[in-house]
Design a protein. Structure first.
Length: 565
């Protein structure tokens, strides 16, 4: 990522860091980390955390580690590890040689657990999971100490070593911290530090371990071993901070990072729960983690979003401690502004209707030089072939239309983009009364000009019927019809709000020949239609496949205004 990027606006986290630098805390160092669990693909909420952690490190000449929290091997696999690395790189960030795994520290974590046992601050507990919940108490009632809480140090060390050796079955025993069963903070009521997990092959350590540390124990120790200075977490970890500090205060580590919480990203018309996203994938509700309707970074990338637009979005929403929900329109506006500035223009007819220009010289082909962008000459020009047989979009013709209709009508005129004015003289229909062709005449004096006194209501796009290229267009829309699909007040499931029109596939489109050589991932503005991207994963399709990135305007704004007058 360029060091010349615009500075990020200040926020409370940056103020803390700046105060720490002034006070020479951590010798003035700034070290952050992004610690994803490799049990799914990253989504737009993770992008906020990525931009924050790597952005802070860049702006204060610090470092940011990429560390996989790989302590749940039965839910993790190497596919997720690789996808996460790809996503972080695509967003424009580089961790250099600072790629780590929590599993890198399994031996140190075990030693730290043994240290707690030797200090009488951890014990092996034989309660079942259900019994543990009962003993834990409630928000208004203190917990009850486990009957195994007062085991001797020697017995606990022996049991812990036997747990590691694989002597006990899953769920038979766990290692718990000995803190305070009467604490008002439930996380401090002797939390579990280690549990037994047999029958899984870890993607990094294989079958070397059958006990795995819990996140609340792994995270602070890993932070400290890596010399992290500011451990940035989302708000749900605020109640876990006392445990984070307790662990670091009671084991031998080289430093004590500071945990700071910020609000997570909640985005309208989608869900951010990895469990729910996994359900959508596993149940075939979407076509995989990179389905362009998904809020995953892979899905946004395949749809045609740019890393610049997502970084811009993360900057605009800011960082705070207050939970809020961001409008989907803000994300869509970021990509719309980016592509409006940078995307070359092309013409594509999504619903073709043939036009025959009856007075155009038979067999003639005119090569028209057309700008690739109306405001950016650096994008150059392209050549359009104009012929006597064209395609226009069916939506651009009406036999009869209201006065405000500014496209082609029977007996009326319209200008073809970058070409001539045509008049509709005859409408050809099939035996069922369906319009199959228009016969029009053109004015040869109107190329690239609008003669005085000539009033033409509108301009429409077109593609030569002779030179046009067949394509498939996928019209993607929002995945859900409700702004908060997982917060229904009438008890409905979030999947009840899936948008049946979130994908409409049009297979018989025609695009201008300049698009024939478009490469996977290239983005264009289809004039008057929206912004589109060449699908980088079209499958076995022989034709070009274009994904709609976003419409030219926010078509949902009017719907939302009607729902919330």
């Amino acid at each position: 990522m360029s060091d010349e990027a615009a500075p990020t606006p200040g926020n409370f986290i940056r103020h803390i860091i700046e105060d720490d630098i002034k006070a020479n805390k951590h010798e003035g160092r700034v070290a952050t980390r992004f610690p994803p669990e490799p049990n799914g693909y990253l989504h737009i909420g993770h992008a906020k955390s990525i931009c924050l952690n790597f952005g802070v490190a860049l702006d204060y000449s610090g470092s940011c580690n990429l560390r996989f929290d790989d302590t749940n091997p039965h839910k993790e696999n190497i596919e997720f590890v690789e996808s996460i690395q790809q996503d972080v790189r695509w967003l424009g960030y580089d961790w250099g040689d600072r790629l780590f795994y929590a599993s890198d520290y399994f031996e140190q974590l075990y030693e730290a657990a043994s240290e707690l046992v030797q200090a009488g601050k951890a014990y092996v507990c034989d309660l079942t999971a259900e019994q543990t919940r009962e003993y834990r108490g409630t928000l208004t009632e203190p917990g009850t100490p486990s009957p195994f809480r007062d085991r001797s140090v020697e017995e606990n060390l022996d049991l812990l070593s036997r747990m590691r050796a694989g002597e006990f079955e899953d769920g038979v025993r766990v290692l718990r911290a000995k803190i305070d069963m009467a604490s008002p903070n439930m996380n401090m009521r002797d939390p579990t530090l280690y549990r037994i997990r047999h029958g899984v092959i870890h993607h990094q350590t294989g079958e070397s371990w059958c006990i795995y540390p819990m996140y609340d124990f792994t995270h602070p120790v890993s932070d400290a071993l890596e010399g992290i200075t500011h451990s940035l977490c989302t708000l749900e970890f605020a109640d876990h901070r006392p445990l984070y500090d307790w662990v670091l205060d009671n084991v031998s580590v080289p430093c004590h990072p500071q945990q700071i919480e910020f609000s997570r990203l909640n985005l309208e018309y989608t869900v951010m729960s990895k469990r729910k996203l996994t359900e959508l994938v596993d149940e075939g509700r979407v076509a995989g983690w990179d389905d362009p309707r998904m809020p995953t970074i892979a899905g946004l990338r395949r749809r045609g979003y740019t890393p610049e637009s997502i970084r811009d979005f993360c900057t605009r929403i800011g960082v705070s401690k207050s939970e809020n929900t961001v409008q989907m329109g803000m994300l869509e506006n970021c990509i719309r502004e980016d592509l409006n500035e940078h995307a070359p223009r092309r013409m594509a007819v999504i619903h073709p209707l043939k036009v025959v220009i009856t007075n155009y010289p038979e067999g003639q082909v005119e090569q028209l030089d057309v700008a690739n962008h109306p405001q950016d000459e650096s994008l150059g020009k392209r050549t359009l072939a104009f012929t006597g047989e064209l395609y226009i979009d069916r939506e651009d013709f009406r036999e009869e239309a209201p006065r405000k209709y500014k496209r082609l009508v029977s007996g009326g005129e319209v200008r073809l983009r970058n070409a001539y004015v045509i008049r509709c003289d005859e409408v050809i229909k099939d035996a069922h009364g369906e319009i199959i062709e228009l016969h029009c005449s053109y004015d040869s004096a109107t190329l690239g000009a609008n003669p005085e006194g000539r009033k033409v209501k509108g301009v429409i796009h077109w593609v030569s019927a002779v030179h046009g290229v067949a394509a498939e267009v996928r019209l993607y829309d929002r995945l859900f019809t409700a702004p908060a699909p997982d917060s229904s007040k009438d008890g409905r499931d979030y999947k009840d709000f899936l948008n049946p029109d979130s994908l409409r596939t049009v297979t018989h489109c025609m695009v201008e020949p300049a698009l024939a050589g478009a490469e996977a991932g290239e983005r264009f503005q289809f004039e008057r239609e929206g912004y589109f991207c060449v699908d980088p994963s079209p499958g076995e399709h022989a034709t070009l496949v274009f994904n709609r990135v976003v419409t030219l305007r926010d078509s949902w704004a009017k719907i939302e205004q009607q729902q919330n007058p």
